[in-house]
Design a protein around this ligand. Sequence first.
Ligand code: MN
Length: 238
Amino acid sequence: MRGRDGIEDKEPVRTRLADITLADITNERQEIIVAYELPPLPYDYAGLEPHIDEATMKLHHDKHHQTYVTNLNGAVEKHPELGNQSPEELIKNLASIPEDVRKVVQNNGGGHVNHTMFWQIMKPKGGGEPSGDIASQIKADFGDFESFKKLFNETTAKQFGSGWGWLIFEGGKLKIVTTANQDNPISQGHYPILGNDVWEHAYYLKYQNKRPDYLAAWWNTVNWDEINKRFATAKSYK
Ligand code: MN
């Protein structure tokens, strides 16, 4: 658009300035919002069939885990300094988290850490007898693998409502514990060696109300190499 004197009106200039300002704001917002990201599933959605079905894996990873990440980023938007910490660090010392987002971080930071571990400790064609150091520790503390599995499944089946069953290392011994919601043993100073998700979203499509059947089948997916790596970390965790 040109004015009477042949020089461009101010209108196009204002438009350009507005564009730049909008772009700047968008970039800044994106930087804050992506403090934490959903890690890709390390195998196909159908990779754990027939023990965990493809539809459950897709919903569980793409929707449920994504929601924890999105909500955690919402807390970081209010307190950007939180974004400098790893998700594990956030839930390790919940008392240091600003009170207005502490519960959000507990639930969604926990959800992010728990599910990131969960995808890694499973694998296609997993399961079988434990190997490595964890195998001898299970033998020492529970007698044999079958007795350990039975106790883990019974303890975890009894978790009322949504939560997780965990294996931790405390005082030189393995210990089975459960938590409600997305609470992680890290918040109590214990690095989890393995954990199984007993929220209904983890099993309901295939197993409906039969949590014990899901728990029994889940052992066919476990990745003992990854669990041995976590056991090594748990032994020196402070
Ligand atoms: Mn879950």
